[in-house]
Design a protein around this ligand. Structure first.
Ligand SMILES: Nc1nc2c(ncn2[C@@H]2O[C@H](COP(=O)(O)OP(=O)(O)OP(=O)(O)O)[C@@H](O)[C@H]2O)c(=O)[nH]1
Ligand SMILES: [Mg+2]
Length: 434
């Protein structure tokens, strides 16, 4: 069973809180604030690891939580940052973060930050000012990013073998490479993609045997559609077609069915270069096979090479291998995201994060019971940062709300001192103008 899909929950570690502390030394009568800052929480980092082949490990474990950071301490000691939690994924994994951003992890060693750790809070030292020399509050650390992310493995094959069930795809792969796929005289023998390697003196090609496609595959019929995603990354498709189908069906119809399925799954697949292989040639006289090849060559046009093969006798198989090695360019065109990520390293991954760029806006609403409710990421973060039970912290919060324009907006909406205000789920006592 090839595990090619997984959904996991990731959570960055919480940031450490800043410390509220004052210097205490025998010979210093009134020490100043010396509370250190909290550390940054650990991030969840996805790492492309060449030793992995599929997403199996995620069946057993779906939740990943990075360690939290240490809190700040007195004497300006800062809290330790949380370690990043490394989650290994196989090459070919496509990651979709909660906000829809996608990454391709193609090259071993590539990394993506899937959830950032929370920022640490600042110690009370930072809140000292000429008018408040002994701040009796500090900032709390913020929670880390959290959310579900989707992992999808798309095999990294150069060439895909496609065709109807029983067309002879697996037999061909077994003949061309050292792979040993299951072969059977019944449809759907192959239940999941099998990879084989075609070796030449100077290079290797990876060939994927894709389970048989049938009419309606792109809409979810049969098995093949599940695996069509795996051919998305190939650079050439070998369409394997039975020359004289044992079930009496018409090869022209069969050919059309597969091409139509590819096109309706993804136009890009339909545009990939093709090779047409007429299989099981040993079942008919050689002249007939050659005549059929000529007819097909005319039918598919000069852009598509047509070969006659027999996996039973080996006829045409070497020609096919040579053609594939010749036709597939050496460079692997890395998907755009991967290219950028590889060039930019972690930096790119770092700034692509869960939350869209900090939103400075907020909204003020008045509930039926008269409570004013202020929402918006920035004000909510402010409330997470401070304990408003602490009077000095509450005064600081009020000052910040004033600077953000929240107090003015409240007043414009009819707020009068004494009215209830809820910000980010916290009831705050506001006394503007005091
Ligand atoms: N005579 C002859 N039989 C072949 C040849 N290639 C494949 N077969 C037979 O055709 C049947 C189907 O072959 P497979 O290679 O399993 O076909 P497939 O396309 O992988 O089929 P699915 O996995 O079901 O999609 C088997 O019974 C094979 O032995 C060939 O070149 N000559
Ligand atoms: Mg097969």
């Amino acid at each position: 069973m090839l595990y090619d899909k997984a959904r996991i929950h990731v959570q960055g570690g919480a940031g450490g809180s800043g410390c509220m502390s004052f210097r205490r030394e025998a010979h210093v009568p009134r020490g100043g604030p010396d509370g250190g800052d909290g550390g940054r929480g650990g991030a969840i980092v996805l790492l492309c690891d060449d030793s992995l082949r599929d997403l199996q490990s995620f069946k057993r474990k779906a939740h990943y939580k990075a360690p939290r950071a240490g809190h700040g301490q007195g004497a300006l000691r800062h809290g330790a940052s949380g370690d990043d939690l490394i989650v290994r994924v196989p090459p070919g994994t496509q990651v979709t973060l909660a906000d829809g951003t996608e990454y391709d992890l193609v090259t071993p060693g590539q990394r993506v930050v899937a959830a950032r750790g929370g920022l640490g809070g600042r110690g009370n030292k930072h809140f000292a000012s000429p008018t408040r020399q002994a701040p009796r509050f500090s900032e709390r650390g913020l929670p880390g990013d959290e959310g579900w992310i989707d992992l999808r493995l798309k095999l990294l094959a150069d060439v895909g073998l496609i065709g109807l069930p029983n067309a002879g795809k697996s037999s061909l792969l077994a003949r061309m490479t050292r792979a040993a796929p299951k072969i059977g005289s019944y449809p759907f023998t192959t239940l999941e993609p099998v990879l084989g390697t075609l070796d030449a003196s100077d290079r290797q090609l990876i060939v994927a045997d894709i389970p048989g496609l049938i009419e309606g595959a792109s809409e979810g019929h049969g098995l093949g559609h599940e695996f069509l995603a795996h051919v998305e990354r190939t650079r050439l498709l070998v369409h394997v077609l039975e020359l004289a189908p044992l079930d009496g069906s018409d090869p022209v119809d069969n050919h059309r069915v597969i091409e139509a399925e590819l096109a309706s799954y993804d136009q890009r697949l339909a545009r990939l270069p093709r090779v047409l292989v007429l299989s099981k040639a040993d079942l008919m006289p050689a002249e007939d096979a050659e005549a059929a090849r000529e007819l097909w060559a005319e039918h598919v046009g000069e852009d598509v090479p047509v070969l006659v093969t027999s996996s039973a006798t080996g006829h045409g198989v070497d020609d096919l291998s040579e053609l594939l090695l010749r036709s597939v360019p050496v460079e692997k065109p890395a998907p755009a995201a991967a290219e950028a990520a590889a060039a930019d390293g972690v930096a790119l991954a770092e700034h692509r994060t869960f939350k869209p760029a900090a939103d400075r806006g907020f909204t003020v609403e008045r509930a039926d019971d008269g409570t004013f409710r202020v929402t918006g990421p920035r004000v909510e973060r402010l409330m997470l940062r401070f304990d408003v039970e602490n009077e000095e912290a509450a005064a600081h919060v009020e000052h910040r709300l004033d600077r953000m324009g929240v107090l003015r907006a409240l007043e414009e909406n009819g707020f009068a001192p004494g009215d209830d205000v809820e910000i980010g789920g916290v009831l705050v006592d506001l006394d503007p103008g005091e």
